[in-house]
Design a protein around this ligand. Structure first.
Ligand code: ZN
Length: 231
């Protein structure tokens, strides 16, 4: 019995459609890959990196794990970052979280789910660091969404402190680390206004977190900027 037959059918249809649109596509991309971006995102099935940013195979290197966490001793993630920076020479490293993240929600609620609790302990460390800011919010949904944002900012800081990234900056390599968040409810990406392109001191990240501390104020400021441009 052939298992998951429909997935192979989907694959044949996809490959045929790609070839119809661009007969040389697979021949061209079967050679060396030359992506300009590394995406570090959540494993969530609703956050497909390439589709969200409209990039075809070959243009986006991707690493995903539960709650888009960059741990200083995670050889899996660090190896992807090292390969991306030192071998592929990517110019942009994007840490992208998403609102309504189940991993972040579990970390906030102290849910007991099994082995994964140990992984989510890293997100709970972020929760503890910003507990005053989180406790000031009235609804759980707001707290989850704020922790999703703060988690991205903290992971951007972690990426920026890896030896791979610090060494790249020390030798003058062009590399920017971005913090973005994806809204499942409307399919839109948002920039969290944190972009690090040189060895940064912790205050940089504290400032970014402080902006998230007053989402309404930040929202108004963005709205003012938009209306200024509209004028
Ligand atoms: Zn998630």
């Amino acid at each position: 019995m052939r298992l998951l037959h429909h997935l192979f059918e989907n694959n044949r249809a996809w490959a045929a459609e790609m070839t119809r649109q661009d007969p040389e596509f697979f021949r061209r991309t079967a050679g060396e890959q030359d992506p300009h971006y590394l995406w570090v995102g959540c494993s969530d099935s609703r956050v497909p990196a390439n589709e969200i940013v409209g990039l075809p195979p070959g243009e986006l290197l991707v690493h995903r794990n539960v709650a888009n966490v960059v741990v200083h001793t995670d050889l899996n993630c660090l190896s992807v970052i090292q390969f991306a920076v030192e071998v592929l020479h990517i110019r942009h490293l994007i840490v992208c979280g998403h609102y309504g993240c189940g991993g972040v929600r579990a970390a906030l609620r102290d849910d007991r789910l099994g082995l994964i609790d140990n992984w989510l302990r890293h997100v709970q460390d972020v929760r503890w660091k910003y507990r005053e800011q989180l406790d000031a919010l009235t609804s759980e949904r707001e707290r989850v969404d704020r922790l999703c944002e703060l988690n991205v900012i903290e992971q951007v800081a972690n990426v920026s402190q890896t030896t791979v990234v610090r060494d790249a900056w020390a030798r003058g390599q062009e590399l920017a680390v971005h913090g973005w968040i994806y809204d499942l409810r409307e399919g839109m990406l948002r920039d969290l206004d944190i972009c690090v392109s040189a060895a940064a001191e912790p205050p940089t990240f504290d400032e970014a977190a402080a902006v998230r501390a007053d989402g309404a104020r930040a929202g108004r400021r963005r709205a003012d900027m938009v209306s200024d441009r509209a004028v």
